[in-house]
Design a protein around this ligand. Structure first.
Ligand code: ADP
Ligand code: MN
Ligand code: MN
Ligand code: MN
Length: 365
């Protein structure tokens, strides 16, 4: 038996049970939350006797925070506060995925619940209509930690033919990518595209444009769906920003950003103003752009492999070696959006988008 088959079950056998009819008024709602790592997701399900149409209709719930790095064993209940409801692409029918915030016993957010402050910041700037689009890069891995599709005990040919590639010797894991795309569309996630990346086994999907808090909500649930789809295929998704050291591209979460003023005629002036403000807060942004305050991104933002050095701020039109890129078509039209290339693939989008609006729209110095 191949390693990838260990501990797996027969999906065809399972399907027989999934095809059974269940009572119309019973809905399975899977509560999903970010755990104590700030990076990984957890989930559990309960039955409801109605079909929830909005997150507020779902009851608060709780879980054992001592098993997720979110509480001590002696005071272990952590609350799940419903935040956003999506259709469940795995169970289908009226079943739901419910993204939740985590609250401590005193109803304060847990350390890795960054949604609450993000939502407050987005509310303050709602008249500016901030839009975001995040390009989520990730790497598929075998369960032994070896990149998916790479020869065991060796390396593929050097990078070059893989980016946006086609062919059995160039892309690995397209089934997962296609399944994830459809599952996101079904769920109601604002996924807007996908492509194979520069390192073999590495892929990207894009979510957006999303206004305000929706960016974090939609990206987190899209990540959940990706982990869950890959699980069905016996493959692991890594969001490590530099899964393979050496001459292999890392993985980021380029964050595209605009306000209404930037999107309107003459918006380039507002784009340049925002870049100027961001240039003065480079270190603060780097701290917010991975779950370890910049430590993870250190391995990726080297100045090589289409990145800018973690130590310097830079910006430029069509420059993929700068911290912030103004896309060529945006410079041409004199309006649109900017791309912040610094966020790490494992960043928390709530923290990233909050930091961007704090710097560009809220903080005066
Ligand atoms: P790249 O050329 O960097 O690979 P992609 O096509 O992968 O760009 O991603 C572009 C992203 O920009 C998408 O997530 C899209 O939703 C987002 N986007 C497009 N227009 C805007 C806008 N006006 N404001 C914010 N984000 C935007
Ligand atoms: Mn892209
Ligand atoms: Mn990319
Ligand atoms: Mn990009």
């Amino acid at each position: 038996m191949a390693l990838s088959e260990l501990g797996t079950t027969n999906k065809q056998t399972k399907q027989m049970y999934m095809d059974l009819e269940v009572p119309d008024d019973k809905t399975q709602v899977m509560y999903v939350w970010i755990d104590g790592t700030g990076e990984h997701l957890r989930c559990k399900t309960r039955t409801m006797d109605f079909i929830p149409k909005a997150p507020e209709e779902c009851p608060e719930w709780n879980f054992d925070g001592s098993s997720t790095g979110q509480a001590e064993g002696s005071n272990s209940d952590v609350f799940l506060k419903p935040a956003t409801l999506f259709k469940d692409p795995f169970r289908g029918g009226n079943h739901k995925l419910l993204l939740c915030e985590t609250l401590k016993y005193n109803r304060k957010p847990t350390e890795t619940n960054l949604r609450m402050t993000c939502a407050a910041a987005m509310d303050k700037v709602k008249d500016e209509h901030p839009w975001f689009g995040i390009e989520q890069e990730y790497t598929l891995m075998d369960r032994d930690g070896h990149p998916f599709g790479w020869p065991k005990g060796g390396f593929p040919q050097p990078q070059g033919p893989f980016y946006c590639g086609v062919g059995a010797d160039r892309v690995f894991g397209r089934d997962i990518v296609e399944a994830h795309y459809r599952a996101c569309l079904y769920a109601g996630v604002k996924i807007c595209g996908t492509n194979a990346e520069v390192m073999p086994g590495q892929w990207e999907f894009q979510v957006g444009p999303c206004e305000g808090i929706d960016m974090g909500d939609h990206l987190w649930i899209a990540r959940f769906i990706l982990h869950r789809v890959a699980e069905d295929f016996g493959v692991v998704v890594s969001l490590d920003p530099k899964p393979m050291p050496g001459n292999w591209n890392g993985a980021g979460a380029h964050t595209n950003y605009s306000t209404e003023a930037m999107r309107n005629e003459g918006g380039i002036k507002h784009i340049n103003d925002a870049i100027k403000k961001m240039s003065k807060k480079h270190e603060i942004h780097i701290k917010a752009y991975d779950p370890r305050g910049g430590k993870d991104n250190e391995r990726r933002l080297t100045g090589l492999h289409e990145t800018a050095s973690i130590h310097d701020f830079s910006s430029g039109v069509a420059n993929r070696g700068s911290s912030i890129r103004i896309p060529r078509h945006v410079a041409g039209e004199g309006k649109g959006y900017l791309e912040d290339r610094r966020p790490s693939s494992n960043c928390d989008p709530y923290m990233v988008t909050e930091r961007i609006v704090l710097t560009t729209l809220i903080e005066t110095e």
